[in-house]
Design a protein around this ligand. Structure first.
Ligand code: NAP
Length: 307
């Protein structure tokens, strides 16, 4: 039986692992289908303290993983496919077959990109539709692209994509961006980026690959087609909590509710990072709550005489 199982390998999960390993709890970390989490699909991280010149997201995650490994974290490649938090020890099934038992659980399953829900979005996913500029930008050298969204992600993706594309149109549903000032300014100064304000994407056009998007101006009601070879989604994320439905208290949007640090409503189960944070959603806040979750788990084990 394990002292601590951590589900998720983003900044929250890996920081929890570093702290739990250094507390001699020999944590087991289930990496999930997207090892390293969302930062592995991002470009340069400029606001993570300690890296004055910035660091590439995948590099930062590699460093965190090595640090967790150095102190004795055991990594398990695979997905947690079911959990039972009603029994003690808690039961976790990995990839539908392997059963694990643990005294405490740290949930750091993060969040996933939100899609528009258009049928052609699904059909053309991987054929011009993407939510990861870092992964797919390279394929659009010399092409025109569309990014939807008005937050930091949209600015970051659009700016990154100008390395390859001749033009990037950012379609935003309002006339004001949500993105931070510095990211807005950078995108606005970029001559390759054009903004399409007060507009929504109604359809994605193309037979086998993306050929354009149908846009509707929400003020005038006018619809028009904008030709493009790639369509990038940057409209936010939803928490990856389906695995815990009905077993943990969640808010209306599906985020795990935590109290007194990282405690959930099931004693011994802790949550860290984007899975419990609809407000900040930063790498540094995820890492911070990951460290807190490990300390909370350690104290729980001690207080319950299992430490
Ligand atoms: P976000 O801040 O929630 O922004 C989502 C954007 O998509 C908003 O502009 C929103 O419009 C728009 N949107 C949402 N649903 C839509 C829909 N159905 N159709 C059209 N547009 C839609 O998400 P994010 O940009 O992914 O950022 C998430 C968090 O990560 C933020 O805290 C951000 O600061 C952080 N982040 C930081 C960095 C960085 O610092 N380097 C980079 C990326 C992300 P409205 O504005 O009208 O609501």
């Amino acid at each position: 039986m394990h002292n601590v199982v951590i589900i998720g390998s983003g900044p929250a999960g890996l920081t929890a692992a570093i702290y739990a390993a250094r507390a001699n709890l020999v944590p087991l970390l289930i990496e999930g289908w997207m090892a390293g989490g969302q930062l592995t699909t991002t470009t340069e991280v400029e606001n993570y303290p300690g890296f004055a010149k910035g660091i590439m997201g995948p590099e930062l995650m590699k460093e965190m993983r090595s640090q967790a490994e150095r102190f004795g974290t055991v990594f398990k490649i695979g997905d947690a496919t079911s959990v039972d938090l009603r029994t003690r020890p808690f039961q976790i099934i990995v990839d539908g077959e392997e059963a694990l038992e643990t005294k405490t659980l740290i949930i750091a399953t993060g969040a996933s990109p939100i899609t528009l829900g258009l049928s052609n979005e699904k059909r053309l996913w991987g054929h011009g539709v993407s939510s990861c500029a870092t992964c797919d930008g390279f394929f659009f050298k010399g092409k025109e692209l569309v990014v939807v969204g008005g937050g930091d992600s949209a600015m970051e993706e659009a700016t990154f994509l100008t390395k390859f594309a001749t033009k990037v149109s950012v379609v935003h549903r309002r006339d004001k961006l949500r993105a931070s000032k510095i990211m807005q300014d950078r995108a606005m100064k970029n001559e390759k980026i054009a903004f399409v304000w007060n507009s929504v994407v109604e359809d994605i056009l193309g037979q086998d690959v993306v050929a354009g998007v149908r846009i509707r101006n929400v003020v005038t009601g006018k619809a028009w087609d904008l030709p493009c070879s790639g369509f990038f989604l940057a409209i936010g994320h939803h928490p990856n909590t389906a695995l815990f439905n009905g077993q943990l208290k969640m808010d209306g949007a599906g985020y795990i509710v935590t109290n007194h640090g990282t405690a959930t409503d099931v004693p011994g189960v802790f949550a860290a990072g984007d899975v419990q944070d609809p407000h900040y959603r930063q790498a540094i806040t995820a890492a911070g709550t990951g460290g807190m979750a490990a300390i909370d788990a350690e104290r729980f084990l001690e207080a319950s005489g299992q430490g």
